[in-house]
Design a protein. Structure first.
Ligand code: AMP
Ligand code: MG
Length: 428
């Protein structure tokens, strides 16, 4: 294994070249999916004032003690507090005030009796304020009152830097009155495929040609992490063509250049050679399967990752090396994916390299079990599509018996009803 870098070594060498891109203020109506570049503290309490959680009547607990349907307590209704109003009065002993959900609880009241527990139910919209109310149920102190600051207290840390803003986060930002937040700008990833054999989907295949799968697959993976992809198309196997696309990538302000194919040891693998001549190249053979050859370097100071051409190798290399780098650029706090453990439902062979095998993981008797999915060839995308996880065989291990515990890495996507699991749960 001499001359081979371990996956972890390669990962940390690559990641040491990246730091988050600059941030920018963005209005909250456009911030979903973006990565927070600041810690957000709340400038106010939530709720900002004590309010009712029910439509009903504000009362003093003492006045309604022991009330029941058989012997109701009758109280005069001395006020009406709709949501959005204030209660410019104090509730005196022996009084009730009609109150709506979200309306401020008046001074003096210490509980809300739901309208359902009174003789004013049902109460249609527009019902006039009754003169009196019959209370059918007693109330505990604080019943149906949401105290000020129940959810958050002024000055509290609400959302941490590095968090991807989801819908609920946007709702929270709005509810504390934030209009804009600082988020990282989207990293730009320039992407091209290389190979004389490649044509774009939609065109007619001539003998010897194949469709370019990697460009689309890699763009989709990188975009999922919030990057903006600069699609540069396909470079034929000629150094001038490769150089021209690298220059375009730089001209368009790429934060990362991503290529597929042309980095191996073939006579037409020009990507490596061009980077070596016009930039700096670290070419590594990684103790990994699939995806042993990987180019890492710089072109005009822009980091560049050259993935192998076989689609499953490119996919795996992207997940292991590219996506963590993109997440780091994007400012995402969690750069490395979460792995789970599963039990092998069949024996698995490997060649001693750290292997990322295509697997189907299911829940059986309450625990995760893994089987291989389809043909494990590094060109076979259909087998990858059948899988819902990658199964990791550690380096140095050539065979694992049935029942062994292995690490797995769920893939995002449709479950096809195979497992009843939601692979999204472990995807990131
Ligand atoms: P290479 O790295 O150029 O030796 O390519 C390795 C294998 O991957 C060859 O079988 C190529 O035809 C195939 N390949 C390269 N690029 C792509 C691509 N963009 N889409 C699908 N297959 C590819
Ligand atoms: Mg090639």
């Amino acid at each position: 294994l001499s001359g081979l870098l371990s996956v972890t070594e390669a990962q940390s060498k690559i990641l040491s070249n990246f730091k988050p891109v600059p941030s920018e203020p963005v209005v909250i109506s456009a911030c979903a999916g973006r990565i927070l570049a600041e810690d957000v503290l709340t400038p106010l309490d939530l709720p900002p004032f004590a309010n009712s959680s029910m439509d009903g009547f504000a009362v003093r607990v003492q006045d309604v003690r022991g009330a029941s349907r058989e012997s109701p307590v009758m109280l005069p209704v001395t006020g009406d507090i709709p949501a959005g109003a204030t209660a410019p009065f104090t509730l005196l002993p022996g009084q009730a005030a009609r109150i709506m959900t979200g309306a401020p609880v008046p001074e003096g009241a210490d509980a809300i009796v739901p309208v359902e527990d009174t003789d004013c139910y049902p109460s249609p919209p527009g019902a006039p304020l009754p003169e009196t109310v019959q209370i059918y149920k007693g109330a505990a102190p604080g019943a149906n009152v949401r105290p000020r600051g129940q959810d958050v207290q002024e000055g509290m840390l609400l959302l941490r830097k590095g968090r991807r803003l989801e819908a609920q986060d946007v709702g929270l930002l709005a509810s504390v009155g934030k209009k804009t937040v600082n988020v990282y700008r989207r990293p730009k990833v320039a992407l091209f495929s290389s190979g004389d054999e490649l044509v774009a989907p939609g065109e007619t295949l001539q003998p010897g040609q194949i469709y370019d799968a990697n460009q689309y697959m890699l763009a989709a993976q990188v975009e999922r992490e919030g990057a903006e992809v600069i699609r540069l198309g396909t470079a034929p196997d000629h150094p001038d063509a490769v150089l021209a696309l690298l220059r375009q990538a730089a001209a368009q302000g790429a934060d990362l250049i991503l290529t597929s194919a042309g980095v191996s040891v073939g006579a037409f693998d020009f990507v490596r050679q061009v980077i070596e001549t016009h930039g700096e190249l670290g070419f590594w053979r990684i103790n990994m399967r699939p995806g042993k050859p990987l180019a890492f370097g710089h072109f005009m100071e822009i980091p560049l990752i050259g993935l192998p051409g076989n689609p499953v190798s490119a996919f795996t290399g992207c997940r292991v090396f590219v996506l963590p780098a993109v997440r780091l650029l994007a400012g995402i706090a969690q750069t490395l994916p979460r792995r789970e453990r599963a039990v092998l439902a069949e024996p698995v062979e490997s060649d001693g390299r750290e292997s990322y095998l295509r697997a189907v993981v299911e829940i059986e008797d309450g625990s995760l079990t893994a089987r291989l999915a389809g043909h494990q060839g590094s060109a076979n995308l259909y087998a990858l599509v059948q899988a819902n996880a990658l199964l990791i065989v550690p380096s140095g291990v050539k065979s694992l018996p049935l029942g062994s515990e292995v690490e797995i890495w769920f893939l995002e996507g449709n479950d096809s009803g195979q497992t009843g699991l939601n692979p999204m749960a472990g995807g990131k």
